[in-house]
Design a protein. Sequence first.
Length: 253
Amino acid sequence: MERKIALITGATSGIGQATARILAAENWNLILTGRRKERLDALVDELNKKYNTEVLALCFDVRDKQQVIANLGTLPEAWQNIDLLMNNAGLASGLEPIQDGDFEDWDKMIDTNIKGLLYVTHTVFPYLKARGKGLIINLGSIAGKETYPNGGVYCATKHAVDSLSKAMRIDMLPFGIKVSQICPGAVETEFSEVRFHGDEQRAEAVYKGFEPLHADDIAEVVSYLVNLPDHVCINDMMVLPKAQASAYVMYKK
């Protein structure tokens, strides 16, 4: 049987990396993108050796429209039959009230979380349209459902992802393309370290006193979605750790 193909952005860490591993174990071939070439190369080597998976690694930044088009707009023919596009690349940068926010943090979040998702989806769409099927998974967040203190711009970008996911579901309907959104709560990845600009001590404190979600947990959700019958589409999923009830209500021991 011909292997399915998944395109995962932001595959060099966290949820993207975990998803690459679980799909490789399920005999998918992978197009993996990321900004950190050494990590990308290491992941490709691991997946090749462990799962005998074919991987096309593309090192670029989804914020750069021309790089997106250059890398994804002219995929080799053997890689154009994409079954899954996972818009995973995203980040939070900074945690301050609007009046104290940093413009560079704002630009980074808006350009990655919103514009990058749009650039990638627009560029990959023709491959999905040509096949008349496929699944797009957008990685949202509980921050796209609830706004929490000091997270205004990040929450705004994830609210945009929520709205865009709904719009894509409508726009892709005539082409047989499914659109799902996964909205995790607290997941212990590099998320907080990136948010706090490399402050590991501050990042570690976020997850103390409770068991957060792990990247593998969300990868399992992706696996569930891609293995559903073709006629079934789950539009939206919110996944929280047991100890979390809302964006800012957690039970910590």
